[in-house]
Design a protein around this ligand. Structure first.
Ligand code: UDX
Length: 446
């Protein structure tokens, strides 16, 4: 009998994981405490924009025409406990309000609600990003609360998916890391992931703390890489260098590589910023705070990018935003996502608005979310409408749509032809030819 899987929490991670497991041939039951989300997912739709996810759901959600019927959703903990051999916990772990630490309340409540129903052998697999030490604590909780006692085990299996590539990253991961306390747990997870492993994905078996740390360390490294190149951008601006050329040149060294060296307004989103802060907080609790003090600097270089962008824009407008119209292209924290959580683009737009600028934002997919977070900003229906009459245009999220804009057409409607590229992603020559002044971050002479 193939294993039956459940997925608890159907956000970015859970919805994608559930659909991907059905795609791999398993029967899957997804649970969310939000009835609206369950209703939407049961129609094969998602509350988020993630390329390919709706199609994958449509291929498997029960009752949809032509679907495999292997995937369904519920709000019932009892149903989930009775159904599953393996339960994946995919709930979110946001930053605590007003402090650096990780808010574990969703994880804790998922375990507390599931465990009392576990009356038969099962493996509970945590996928959420958690402070190191959580798995050992949660394993104890399961032993205490699950009626099946020792027959219920815990494993940790961090998820490395990127928004915008969630489907691809889940179906073809770079590596699978499992933190286990028994051979049985390992062999169940080998069975779950036999598909990707057969395609050559490395399967790494670790203990609980290492598996938890792999995820936080990976995100800390990525954040550090971005802040490193952004620190170089600061130096380039003072020294008259070109950070894009510098990144290209150092990236040719295989040990450094080209990826994650794009200087600009920095990183945001629901993961990197809160994960490095939670990592610092946890290291502090463990008495290892000195080891991670550099992450404080990584965080401050990153936050400085946003204010620097605001300063560049103010400078370009002669020292004040009052009475000036600012077009902002991009609201999401990265392209191919509708996520505006801790978005550098929206933060810059908000700062300028608070300093008296008349800001008009356009984003291909993030408008609804941006409006919810920042209802007082102006919003346009297209890039062209946002730019109409603007004194300056800020390119803040590198959507393909923006690279394909016609600078000559925009020049016709713009008030003034000033462009600031906060992502070092537009073709400077093309914009200049159309009469724009082009300025990018970390490239004073570009
Ligand atoms: C990240 C990790 O990549 C992923 O492995 C983890 O599971 C979750 O966190 P994600 O938040 O989806 O994924 O975005 P990512 O592609 O890593 O980008 C993060 C931020 O860094 C974005 O705001 C992006 O614009 C910025 N970034 C990225 C840069 O500023 N420069 C770069 O060179 C690369």
């Amino acid at each position: 009998m193939p294993l039956k899987l459940t997925v608890i929490g159907t956000g970015y991670l859970g919805a994608t994981h559930a659909a991907a497991m059905a795609e791999l041939g398993f029967e899957v039951l997804g649970l969310d405490i939000d009835e609206g989300k369950v209703a939407l997912l049961s129609q094969g739709r998602t509350p988020i924009y993630e390329p390919g996810l709706d199609d994958m759901l449509a291929r498997h959600v029960v009752g949809l025409e032509g679907s495999s019927g292997r995937l369904r959703f519920t709000t019932s903990w009892q149903e989930v406990a009775e159904f599953g051999d393996v339960h994946f916990v995919c709930v979110n772990t946001p930053q605590k309000q007003g402090e650096y630490g990780c808010d574990m309340s969703h994880v804790d409540s998922a375990f507390a609600l599931l465990a009392p129903h576990l009356r038969r052998p099962a493996l509970v697999v945590g996928k959420s990003t958690v402070p190191v030490g959580s798995a050992a604590r949660l394993a104890g909780k399961l032993r205490e609360l699950a009626p099946a006692g020792d027959e219920v085990e815990l494993a940790w299996n961090p998820e490395f998916l990127r928004e915008g590539f969630a489907v691809q990253d889940t179906m073809h991961p770079d590596r699978i890391v499992v933190g286990v306390a028994s051979e049985r747990a390992e062999s169940l997870l080998r069975e779950v992931y036999s598909g990707p492993v057969a395609e050559g994905t490395p399967f790494l078996v670790a203990d609980y703390p290492t598996s938890e740390l792999v995820k936080t360390a990976a995100n800390a490294f990525l954040a550090t890489k971005i802040s490193f190149i952004n620190a170089m951008a600061e130096v380039c601006e003072s020294a008259g260098g070109d950070v894009a050329m510098l990144a290209q040149a150092i990236g040719h060294d295989d040990r450094i590589g080209h990826k994650f060296l794009r200087a600009g307004i920095g990183f945001g989103g629901g993961c990197l910023p809160k994960d490095i802060r939670a990592f610092m907080a946890r290291a502090g609790e463990l008495g290892a705070d000195q080891a991670l003090t550099f992450l404080r600097e990584v965080d401050s270089v990153n936050m400085r990018r946003r204010t620097h962008m605001v300063e560049l824009a103010r400078e370009a407008l002669g020292g004040s935003f009052l009475g000036r119209r600012i077009a902002v292209l991009g609201a999401t924290f990265k392209p191919d996502s509708d996520d505006v959580r801790d978005s550098p683009a929206l933060n810059v737009a908000g700062q300028i608005h608070l300093q008296g600028g008349q800001v008009t934002v356009y984003d291909p997919k993030g408008m609804d979310n941006a409006r919810r977070v920042f209802p007082t900003l102006g919003y346009a229906r297209s890039a062209l409408d946002a730019v109409r009459g603007a004194d300056i245009v800020l390119h803040l999220t590198e959507w393909r749509e923006f690279r394909e804009l016609d600078p000559a057409r925009l020049a016709e409607v713009a008030g003034q032809r000033h462009l600031l590229d906060g992502r070092n992603a537009l073709d400077a020559e093309q914009w200049r030819k159309a009469g724009w002044t082009y300025r990018a971050m970390g490239r004073p002479n570009a």
